[in-house]
Design a protein around this ligand. Structure first.
Ligand code: DC
Length: 222
């Protein structure tokens, strides 16, 4: 059976989280920020001193770990620790990009994401939702924007949280991360063949949300 899922993929800063959150509210869907899941696992593995290539140790660690997603208004807890704020730090972006290349991490999260989304109509955003997690999603969107626009968004976001980096550094980091996410061996970021590409440079979030809602209402009845 085709899962009732909206899959939104795209590079960092393309507006996936804002759009997905807003869609979830408007259409009463469960919202899965899969990047937050990768960030949280990368953070704890790194803090535990486990290397991203240590498959067996990672598997053992994940087997014992308690992962709570969306338990309350906070997004993510691991072993009862609320990591919702910490995973947004700039340094964690890089860690997530590295640890997300590990196959044990990916298969752990694939199972979890499919389980959560099988329970209720959902919107998932990430890098591999339409290609790997839900290749049979009802609607697939590939959201993108130029690296200049994406870097500016991240710059302002980080500034608001009290982290100040130059725009040049953020742009260089974003481009490096895009490269790593698009060129990794497992589940690289790419547009699914049947995904609809939306450019978020110019339209407002409201316009994009409206466009996706209309597309979804059409696939839901077909
Ligand atoms: O969307 P984000 O910036 O929070 O994601 C952080 C990193 O996690 C990103 O660089 C790659 C990884 N990621 C992934 O590999 N697959 C996903 N579905 C989501 C994120």
């Amino acid at each position: 059976m085709t899962p009732k899922v909206i899959a939104i993929d795209g590079p960092s800063g393309s507006g996936k989280s804002t759009v997905a959150k807003s869609l979830a509210q408007e259409l009463n869907l469960t919202y899965l920020d899969t990047g937050a899941m990768f960030r949280a696992i990368a953070l704890v593995l790194n803090e535990a001193g486990i290397e991203a290539s240590a498959d067996d140790t990672i598997e053992e660690f994940l087997g014992k770990m308690q992962f709570d997603y969306g338990r309350d208004e906070n997004l993510v807890y691991i072993n009862q620790e609320n990591l919702t704020e910490k995973i947004r730090e700039h340094s964690v972006s890089k860690l997530a990009s590295i640890y997300s290349q590990n196959k044990k991490v990916r298969s752990y999260l694939k199972e979890l994401q499919r389980k959560i989304a099988s329970e209720r109509e959902s919107v998932l955003e990430g890098r591999d939702i339409g290609t790997v997690i839900f290749p049979d999603a009802s609607l697939k969107i590939y959201l993108t924007a130029t690296s200049e626009v994406r870097a500016k968004r991240r710059y302002l976001e980080l500034l608001e949280k009290g982290e100040s980096f130059s725009l040049e550094k953020i742009m260089a980091d974003i481009e490096k991360r895009d490269f790593e996410d698009k060129n990794r061996e497992i589940a690289p970021l790419k547009k699914a063949k049947d995904a609809i590409q939306i450019d978020s440079d110019k339209p407002t979030i409201e316009e994009i949300v409206k466009q996706i809602s209309i597309l979804y209402s059409k696939v839901k009845v077909s």
